[in-house]
Design a protein around this ligand. Structure first.
Ligand code: FRU
Length: 521
């Protein structure tokens, strides 16, 4: 019984604690790389998710490794994500993993870098061909249509590298005075750009370079370091252009403002926009299959203003972040408090149930013991009662009698009960032949008031004094019938009944037979 109650209680608690929760969308984010640009985007993704209280993000960064990214996508899918956001490291290498996710019915958003597979739900990015082209046009005009350019491309198989290169190449086609002295392979990182440029400079000491176009700002800065370190640095009074145009400390915008870069191009991160798209897809709302983000060229003319604006925006974002942290902390405390409250309520209810059950069990045990004692004593003749011998004092003074019987009622100990019952039985037996006997008479024999007697007899035996008197009369009648030849009427009068017919009725109720049947057995 107790086990069942605890089980039900635990079930109820689990049900209550679970039923409050809203279903969460689990979104997996597979980033091909890890760098300042990705950091900014991840922060925006988190911030975007924060505005949808039913979104949970799982991040994985492949650190430019195809193999690692494929594994990470598979494991995100196995973890049971509801949607995949992926920036594939290279066009064709990641496609099989993306296809597997898509074939399992998981919506896929490809962002920023393209895949060779058509199996995706939506694509979102800035236009990389366009930015290569705009940068090409800018370089042509910056060099007044004449000069030499060293190009350092991004990671070979990645779509932005291919598209930026194509855009740039197409733009300078129309400027015959611009000569690309070399187009070197990079991998988006500063150290590789540095090494590649250094090596090229060492092998081409006589070639003058007017401008370096790096596929991103980090690449342009790597090349700049190599040129600066070169023994021929005076020969190359080069300009450096890149792409990314990040705001903030040492971001592309600041580098342009400080003339370390000649130009950059803002490559938007917009993680919040990507999350909004994901949620639209998950909620079955209409969405654009392809989204092109707006972007802009950063030059010395606008860098200062852009930087000021971006700094203001960053401050706002920091404030939002702070607010976010505070809200998170508050929600966390609230959650903890809720759990603690539930636990306390649970423990209290459980203890109360256990206590009540034990109490009921204890009461039942006492009742059974008392019933046994009462039955035994009431059905025995007084001289057969073995249990308790009252001291002479307890029988004589009313106060002591009162005290003893109080104990009977309050302690309900079998021993105390037996004292009381034995004494009450003696009183009843002594008086049962008297048809005029009243409860008051019995009470005064017990040195109690009528009300006291009634209360105590009822508490101890569960029957009233009158009922017990009647039972005693019928028991005595049964004995007389068995042991004498007296008529039924004589027996009735002998045990205090005034009407034999009423005696017969009561006898039948008690023993299930009429008095005359006693002798037939
Ligand atoms: C960041 C990054 C950017 C670059 C882009 C190309 O990981 O390397 O610097 O513009 O990826 O996908």
């Amino acid at each position: 019984m107790l086990q069942k109650v605890i089980y039900l209680f635990v079930l109820a608690a689990v049900f209550v604690s679970c039923s409050g929760g809203k279903t969460k969308y689990r979104i997996g984010v597979s980033q091909c790389s890890e760098d300042v640009w990705r950091d900014k985007q991840n922060a925006e993704l988190r911030m975007g998710a924060y505005f949808h209280d039913n979104v949970e993000l799982k991040f994985a960064a492949a650190y430019d490794s195809d193999e690692r990214q494929v594994q990470q996508i598979d494991s995100l899918v196995n973890d049971g994500i509801d949607l995949l956001i992926v920036a594939p490291n290279q066009v064709s290498t990641i496609s099989p993993a993306i296809d597997r996710a898509y074939d399992k019915g998981i919506p896929v958003i490809v962002f920023e870098r393209k895949t060779s597979s058509q199996k995706h739900t939506a694509f979102i990015s800035a236009d990389n061909y366009e930015m290569g082209h705009v940068m090409g046009d800018y370089i042509v005009s910056r060099l007044h249509g004449h000069g030499t350019v060293l190009e350092i491309r991004g990671l070979e198989g990645s779509s932005p590298a291919i598209e930026r290169h194509n855009g740039f190449t197409d733009a300078i086609k129309n400027a015959p005075g611009i000569k690309v002295v070399a187009s070197l392979q990079g991998d988006w990182t500063e150290p590789t750009a540095y090494e590649t440029t250094k090596q090229w400079l060492d092998n081409n000491k006589e070639v003058r370079v007017d401008l370096v176009f790096g596929a991103n700002d980090r690449t342009a800065m790597g090349a700049r370091r190599a040129v600066a370190n070169s023994s021929l640095s005076t020969l190359h009074s080069s300009l450096f252009c890149g792409i990314d145009g990040l705001p903030g400390e040492n971001g592309g915008i600041q580098l342009v403002r400080d003339s370390l870069l000649d130009a950059s191009y803002i490559y938007p991160t917009h993680g919040d926009q990507i999350i909004d798209l994901a949620v639209r897809i998950l909620e079955g709302k209409p969405f654009d299959k392809e989204t092109l983000m707006m972007s802009a060229l950063v030059t010395h003319d606008n860098a200062k203003v852009l930087l000021m604006q971006s700094e203001e925006l960053m401050k706002q974002a920091e404030r939002l972040d702070l607010l976010h942290d505070k809200a998170d902390k508050y929600l966390h405390e609230l959650d903890t408090q809720r759990v603690v409250n539930w636990l306390s309520v649970g423990i209290i209810v459980l203890l109360a149930i256990v206590f009540i059950l034990f109490y009921l069990y204890h009461l039942r045990k006492i009742a059974i013991q008392r019933e046994r004692v009462v039955n035994t004593l009431w059905n025995l003749r007084p001289e057969d009662v073995p249990i308790v011998q009252e001291s002479s004092e307890t029988q004589n003074t009313p106060e002591v009698a009162e005290e003893t019987e109080d104990n009977v009622a309050e302690e309900s100990e079998p021993a105390a009960v037996s004292v009381f019952i034995t004494r009450f039985k003696e009183v009843v037996e002594a008086r049962l032949a008297d048809s005029d006997i009243s409860v008051e008479d019995l009470a005064s024999d017990m040195n109690l008031s009528r009300v006291q007697l009634y209360r105590k007899v009822k508490t101890v035996t569960g029957s009233s004094p009158v009922e017990l008197l009647r039972t005693a009369r019928l028991n005595r009648a049964y004995q007389i019938l068995l042991t004498t030849d007296k008529s039924v009427s004589e027996v009735a009068y002998a045990v205090g009944f005034t009407a034999p017919s009423y005696f017969t009725k009561c006898f039948k109720e008690e023993y299930g037979m009429v008095p005359g049947d006693v002798r037939k057995n």
